[in-house]
Design a protein around this ligand. Sequence first.
Ligand SMILES: Cc1ncc(COP(=O)(O)O)c(C=O)c1O
Length: 314
Amino acid sequence: MSDSKVKVVINGKFVEWEDAKVHVSTHGLLYGSGVFEGIRAYYDPAEKQLFVFRLKEHVRRIYRSAKVLKLKPKPGEKELYDQIVELLRINDYKTDVYIRPVIYFGEGGIGIKPSKQSTDYFIFTQEMGSYFSSRKALNVCISSWTRISNNSLPPSAKVTGAYVNSMIASADAAESGYDEAIFLTQNGFVCEGAGENIFMVKEGNLITPPLSADILEGITRDAVIRLAEDMNIPVIERDISRTELYTCDELFFCGTAAQITPIGSVDRRTVADGQAGTVTGKITDAFESVIRGRDKRYLSWLTPVFPQVIQKAV
Ligand SMILES: Cc1ncc(COP(=O)(O)O)c(C=O)c1O
């Protein structure tokens, strides 16, 4: 289905794609004062079912982000959750899908401080396969741009305007021939990718920067930690220095868009043999089973979109 045929939710109303428009005086557009989520749903052709991955956690996070900006969303958490599922059902996807809810200060005046603006929201969806065009382990660089910090523009909230920091780093990396950029924090430690959390494998341990390193508290990051622990792979959250990335055994990004994506080189220094390593492979396989509903231990992470057919014994 082409995106122009799908419906979009605007302030609770299901409208046609071409009618999904905002006014030029929208505060969220003028100043980036919105918060958003990126959510994926995975289609299982065998079960003819679309599973939304960790929808509750994504909805909870957009409300946490809204609180940081003092946005007061019109729908309650349950209402937003239900509208996302309803939208996917109406749009009748038979493919993997990306879902983008945005809550923002609406139209009115040019004052920087929101005053009479209402809090508006929309939800749109689009088909989405792999995020990175490269099918191989990525070639990434350390960005010359520093990550925004908690005392300037909190990276722990998914604020629309904050993604200019990501955009500029990612676009510059692409222009220099890299697949993605890695940010360092203002203290010079490894932070995250432009839209991904990062994990390194060193001597059998899975190591990732802590929440205090100005990262987004990724929902996929949490899934990776839980899957690793269930496979008895030790997980350590600690500061990582740039040069450790050059010499580690394995490196990968994770995120809703990126899923699990191996990194083959950093600043043109090959990581190990430049291919996805053993631990990365194990995590990728485990993650794939979970998101497609094949690993029944994690079914509580999935929200089925279509009514489930109960098989009757004959
Ligand atoms: C800056 C940043 N870091 C990390 C992530 C990964 O987070 P999640 O796994 O919740 O999608 C994202 C994507 O949302 C992101 O934009």
